[in-house]
Design a binder for this molecule. Structure first.
Ligand SMILES: Nc1ncnc2c1ncn2[C@@H]1O[C@H](COP(=O)(O)OP(=O)(O)OP(=O)(O)O)[C@@H](O)[C@H]1O
Length: 453
């Protein structure tokens, strides 16, 4: 039995859900607002709730902001975001803010139990992930056959045996952590620990202590000496996920640790020698954010001894079929099912869909598909209705009227470039204008001209 906090403003749905979860042996406390959730969490014991189940849209904000705040306060309770299919891109961002997983509404009860079980298991293993332990060969891993995947793993094999720092860049859910583990596994350090830290879920105050350790009494709450993850990774690999989220002060300490190969725990004056290879992952372009001043440029250059770009699923062409088969096999085994085939209609949708959540989303959709399919062939009935509707709404690819019209092509390119830079700098128009090397007025004019939202 687990104590769950459900934050949901639809009272009928929250009642149904708590009854259902209650019948499955869980104790559910319900809040309907972010403010209520904050109060419930702050007035509870640190590990009171095993999982937070958060509706995305709430009357006083969205649960992403709540999650960010909780992570900043040091709360690490696994969180599950419940969202409508149309919000999948937001759910993907939620994963970057430290959510464990997302589930789309209308919630399928069995799917919910499955994801909940994973979240509860995760809670039990969360400390294992960062303890000194050799990483074993993962059988769960496939490379793919496309040209782009072959190149990816060629780079992995090239850089693995060296001691170079690596930046792994790619959209959320593309498999950056998997790539980092492969590098570790193929390195001379493979018998040493692989320590993974999600910088997105570290609070600003605790990040330094988590990475470098602290001495008893160094700050309020430092009740005993603590070894940092740098020391825990000694002789192995330290994987810093979402490194762009580290605060400036910690970035300075990190640079020093990399350059001098020593760490100084907070409250101590004694440096400790460490032998750690660093791999950092990011879904932002670190070069862009280092140019806008949000990430230290010297640290960027120190980390950027080698850069690997992990492709989005939509760019992996023929790999899609390989991953589908892999995830179906995995789901069959996990759920005790025997789905042998996926219908042509479903495959057509999979081919056309752009998979903003990448491999993670494909894995989730397939798990749901396998779970809900009654026969050996998984067909449309088991796909979220919204996915089908969203695909029906996609207009047929339009042929550009001027396939060779240079002006039109230039404008299309310009629009895409402006959209990308705006996204990279999180819609900060001053930064975007600076990077695009145009003045703000021109940028505003172009945003309006191209109707960029
Ligand atoms: N090569 C692979 N073979 C099989 N499964 C994979 C592979 N790469 C990723 N996955 C699966 O896809 C999901 C996302 O992978 P992972 O956590 O490595 O992505 P990520 O890019 O690090 O995500 P985030 O940006 O959220 O940190 C996981 O469930 C993982 O098991």
């Amino acid at each position: 039995m687990a104590h769950l906090l459900l934050v949901e403003d639809d009272t009928t749905f929250s009642k149904l859900l708590s009854n259902f979860l209650g019948k499955h042996g869980h104790e559910v406390q319900v809040c309907s607002t972010i403010t209520g959730a904050k109060e419930a969490i702050r007035s509870s014991a640190p590990d009171e709730y095993a999982v937070l189940m958060l509706d995305y849209r709430l009357p006083d904000g969205n649960s992403l902001d709540l999650l960010k705040l909780l992570r900043e306060e040091g709360n690490r309770t696994p969180a599950l975001i419940m969202t409508s299919f149309n919000d999948i891109r937001t759910a993907v961002t939620a994963m970057q803010s430290g959510a464990f997983d997302y589930i789309t509404k209308p919630v399928n009860p069995e799917e919910l139990l499955m994801v909940l079980k994973e979240a509860l298991n995760r809670k039990e293993t969360v400390s294992v992930k960062t303890t000194k332990k050799p990483e074993k060969q993962s059988l769960d891993f496939i490379e793919g056959n496309s040209k782009i995947s072959k190149q990816l793993y060629e780079y992995v094999r090239l850089v693995a045996p060296t001691d170079m720092s690596v930046i792994i860049q790619g959209e959320s859910g593309t498999g950056k952590e998997h790539v980092a583990k492969s590098i570790h596994r193929l390195s001379k350090r493979s018998d040493g620990p692989f320590v993974a830290i999600d910088c997105g879920s570290l609070s600003k105050d605790l990040a330094a202590s988590e990475l470098f350790g602290h001495k008893k009494g160094a700050f309020t709450g430092a009740l005993q000496d603590k070894i940092g993850q740098f020391e825990a990774a000694d002789g192995g690999t330290l994987f810093l996920d979402e490194i762009g989220n580290l605060g400036y002060d910690v970035q300075i300490k990190l640079l020093r640790a990399l350059q001098e190969r020593i760490v100084v725990p907070i409250g101590s004056t004694n440096p400790v020698k460490v032998d750690v290879r660093l791999i950092a992952a990011t879904n932002e372009d670190l070069m862009v954010i280092s140019q806008t001043g949000d990430f230290r440029e010297d640290l960027y250059h120190r980390l950027n001894e080698f850069k690997i770009q992990v492709p989005a699923l939509r760019e992996r062409g023929e790999d899609l079929a390989v991953f589908i088969q892999h995830f179906v096999d995995k789901a069959n085994e996990e759920l005790g099912k025997n789905i042998r085939e996926i219908s042509k209609e479903v495959l057509d949708i999979f081919q056309k869909y752009d998979w903003p959540g990448n491999l993670r989303e494909l894995n989730n959709v397939i798990k749901r598909l396998v779970l809900l399919s009654k026969d050996e062939i998984a067909d449309l009935k088991a796909l979220p209705q919204e996915m089908i509707t969203s695909m029906e709404a996609v207009p047929a690819p339009v042929k550009l009227p001027g396939g060779s019209d240079l002006k039109l092509l230039q404008e299309t390119h310009e629009k895409e470039m402006i959209e990308k830079v705006l996204q990279d700098v999180r819609y900060n128009k001053s930064k975007a204008a600076k990077l695009l090397n145009i003045d703000r007025k021109t940028l505003y004019y172009k945003i309006e001209k191209y109707q960029i939202e």
